[in-house]
Design a protein. Structure first.
Length: 202
């Protein structure tokens, strides 16, 4: 199978994963909580990805569908993949540590599980020959620390983003009367923190 076909299959697989997780979650946990988890996960991840690409941290070349369509910075499938990841990681953490474990402990486990996944996926998918995203290119950030040919910045970002998102989603569910305001506040805070993290000398 040629590289172009594999790239197209990878891109097509992310929306299919999102739909599978959405269907499973809606059947097991109900539609409202599924919409909240997937909607918040998508919004947070897509906004952070846009910030990172704008800051020159990485690029997504030659995908078919970007969101927003212009400028072609972040593929739609990336946000959908991140959103699908969150309910899966959160349920795994709750199975391991117990659903009644403190939120901070579950969030830390969420982050570790996310990093574990990325340690396997990122070196394969960002490396040759697929190059679904690029860590090195003209005009991009020059990283100092690398692991498995992936910047350490990326794994730190995964831990922070997945962990924060898990903690925030559980907090939103625990505060039924303030869900919208909490979600908006969390998004603004996350984007501010992400901006600071991206400016550090990685």
């Amino acid at each position: 199978m040629d590289v172009a076909t594999v790239r197209r299959l990878y891109e097509a697989g992310l929306p299919l994963l999102f739909l599978a997780v959405a269907l499973r979650s809606s059947l097991v946990r109900g539609v409202p909580i599924t919409l909240r988890e997937l909607g918040f996960g998508f919004a947070l991840s897509q906004l952070v990805e846009l910030l990172a690409v704008h800051a020159g941290r990485y690029r997504y070349p030659e995908w078919l569908v970007y969101f927003p369509p212009s400028p072609q910075w972040v593929p739609l499938g990336v946000g959908l993949g991140w959103a699908a990841l969150m309910p899966v990681v959160m349920r795994l953490s709750e199975q391991i540590a117990g659903a009644r474990a403190p939120r901070w402990r579950l969030a830390a486990l969420d982050g570790l599980l996310g990093v574990g996944l990325d340690l396997v996926v990122d070196p394969v998918v960002s490396g040759e020959p697929l190059r679904m995203w690029l860590w090195r290119d003209t005009g991009m950030a020059d990283y100092r620390w690398w692991l498995l040919d992936v910047p350490v910045f990326n794994f730190v970002g995964w831990f922070l983003l997945v962990g924060a998102c898990g903690w925030q989603l559980r907090s939103i569910e625990a505060n039924a009367g303030r869900r919208l305001w909490l979600a908006l506040g969390f998004l603004v805070t996350d984007l501010a923190v992400a901006t600071v993290v991206m400016r550090l000398p990685w």
